[in-house]
Design a protein around this ligand. Structure first.
Ligand SMILES: [Zn+2]
Length: 122
């Protein structure tokens, strides 16, 4: 695979996940470094499995989500279920192109990864 295509995919994934972190007001320095860690890990991963290049945005979003859960808490919180306790959105497909944030409780697709700002009105 062309190196360019890999770097482009990683660059785009990083930008989209960062946009969602900014939308949720959690783009602190320590969290930005979690994104960098995820990008580094997925660069290695795509080098092992080039067919997965179009999956990196969804995977990096999930990596960051997992890393945040340990250090920060649930992210991103569902903007649909405001009546019940807060829960996190999930990425679908878990392993596929064109990832979206979905609410599995209300079974709605909330926004494409990278477009949370529009939903949150920021
Ligand atoms: Zn929900």
């Amino acid at each position: 695979m062309e190196l360019n295509r890999l770097e482009q995919a990683l660059h785009s994934a990083r930008a989209l996940v960062m946009a969602d972190l900014v939308a949720g007001d959690v783009a602190e320095a320590a969290i930005v470094s979690l994104v960098e860690d995820a990008v580094t890990h997925r660069r290695w991963w795509v080098e092992q499995w080039p067919e997965g290049v179009s999956f990196v945005t969804g995977l990096i979003a999930q990596d960051v989500q997992d890393a945040l859960l340990e250090r920060y808490g649930r992210w991103p919180l569902c903007p649909v279920c405001t009546e019940e306790g807060p829960h996190a959105l999930d990425v679908e497909p878990e392993l596929g192109p064109d990832p979206h944030w979905v609410c599995t409780k209300a079974t709605v697709s909330v926004a494409p990864v990278g477009a949370l700002a529009e939903v949150l009105g920021r």
